[in-house]
Design a protein around this ligand. Sequence first.
Ligand code: CDP
Ligand code: MG
Length: 755
Amino acid sequence: MAPADTTQFPSYDTARKELPIYTYREELLEAIRDHQVLVVVGDTGSGKTTQLPQYVLESLPEIRKICVTQPRRIAALSAARRVAEESKTRIGTVVGYSIRFERRASPETRLLYVTDGTLLRAVESDPEVRAYDLVILDEAHERSIETDVLFGLLRRACRLRPELKIVVMSATLDIDKFSDFFGEAPVFSIPGRMYAVDIFWQKQLKLGTAKATFVRRAVDTVMHIHKNEEPGDVLVFLTGQSEIEQAIRMVQEAHDELDYVDVKYRSRVRTIALYPIFSALETLEQRAIFDPAPEGVRKVVFATNIAQTSVTIPGITYVVDSGFVKQKMYDPQTAIDALMVVPISQAAATQRAGRAGRTGIGKVFRLYSRDAFDDMDAATVPEIQRSALLGTVLALKTMGIDDILNFEFIDPPDPDLVIAATKQLFWLGAVDEHGHLTPLGKQMAAFPISPYLSRTLVSAALDFHCSYEMLVVAAMLSVEEVYAPQRSKKKQAAAEACWQHFNDPTGDHLTLLRIFTEWEATGFEKKWAFDNFLHHRALRAAKEVRGQLEDVMRTLGLPIIKAARIESRHDRKRRKRDARIAETDSGHRQSRSTDYDDYRSVDATSILRALCTAFYTNTAKKHPSRAVFYPYIAAVGAPDSYPTMTLQPPNTSSTPSSIMALCLHPQSSLADSHNGQQCDFVIYNDVQYVNRATMRVVSKVHLDWVRVLMGRLTVLDEARLTGSTSITSPTRRTERRPSLIDIATRDLDATDSQP
Ligand code: CDP
Ligand code: MG
């Protein structure tokens, strides 16, 4: 390694020595040297993620290659950057990172921060994990699906390769499970340093009520703190990007209306600085989030769960906890994979409160009552027990693990979830009726995207001749939100008016294609994205993802074909109008391009039909008179009776009341009344549940396109499909699982019971 010019790096040597973990440096190194598997537990901020791997790097030369997993991309990236800075090296040399679609590493890289998903994919082709000498499963308490699957795979690798070392790191004390799983591996705890935290509760408030208004409540609490409390920074836990952006807008407005001169404030802080943190990478690029606010300024950070344990914001005095989190929930009864806003667990509430007591005495404002806290689950249910396991089952099958029900899971998923996922894979054509991977399934597994999207790519290439466009659609669906919400109401209105121009009459998939294509036509201009209120970073990521998916297509020998172009009546009108303008204005204006191709729309039908090959199970039928939809397949019969369902559209008047109504996302191009006319059937990418079930990324389809695919919904022998003789294993639940509808109604009940 070439020695870098050290003067360009700030020195972190003192800061590193002040971290709680530093006292245990030698003991930790000894424990790692002496044991194959070690469990390390310590408070968030004690230095596990950034320090422990560095200690190994500095002092255990026999451990050449270290891999540290994080459940979140943003955490892997920020840890790698920090450690590179601390070790005075350039990122991508000794210290690197590799997250989906983004990699900075080289052959000399010894310490690689990755997402658990990235390592999982690597282990698919390297089951003994020969690429590394030490694997650190960090943030194990998060219990992400990928980490859970890695637990099983690494235990197997440990048996195959006694020299492989594993360290499991967790922020919570509930670690016996990890230790037991690895045959009573030793546990090393790093004692924390915590100051007292005062807890303030809302009075007599059921969580269900808070749900409707938690953003408002959070905004009021922030303003209360700002006006009345001593100087100190605030961390607000909300649920997602849109709630965070809404809250920032509201606090900004409330703050603009404040008159610091007239009103008597107890607080001496007169300025407020607002920052968002959510999974979008650019939010961490503002260094100011990590720097203490200047004198007289109060920093307020609005964050998702990410700030609970993954990313440490130093110097927080006040925490505002909404009590909610956005979580993936899969309901095998309705076959809907939803993102729902649900109450957090008590363990999570404790973690959130702990963020306030790092540098001094802190205060936490819980936007819920003591009773609501008592009602919360003690710990969060692991993701693997509440998710659609489609990707997981496909990944395990790629590794030749067919008997998924008997795989060594640390907490086995409910067999119903495994069966539902395997059925879904059968419907996608990825497995046969014996649950064995088909050639199509093998191709699908080669793409680092959801099996639905990989299915559409294959059929766009082989059957519908529009893979060129589908690559863009799949890429746009694999990146973060492209629409950039605005802070002021006025600008937001301007943005929405601007976005309307992109709306495609068929719906959101083609709208996304149009946005990308128009951006591409500008030569990928940043200014264009900015002028159109779009996130340039997301668009750039989509371009990158498209390139990588294209590489996979080429490796698999799948053709990349441009869809046909056709001139619609609308196109013809535009062409004639532009020709007129060019004639009359020729002297003044630069005439528009007269390339005929500009005025022909891409053939939407082939793209939509290719999408249907995967998303046909996500078909919804519109209510004849109201602006809601019903899941079509579930409406025809409960999932268990899929095979026998009649292909008649259901008589809506007899639609069972237990079928959940699906609404269009307000951002959907079909929500625009002009566009949304006459859509009887739609397909949707996913469902998000905040107060109601909202379909995201929706396009109109013809029932005929969907109908031809329904032939695959045949009777399946579950035992044969899962390759297991023991489906009725002790883990199978006997009580009925609460469905999405149950959960939704439970919340409504809580709301209604309020006076
Ligand atoms: O993993 P754990 O929560 O135990 O701690 P860590 O992520 O290693 O962070 C240790 C300390 O490094 C934090 O308290 C932060 O002050 C600092 N840090 C930072 O300033 N910027 C980062 N990107 C990561 C860590
Ligand atoms: Mg950490």
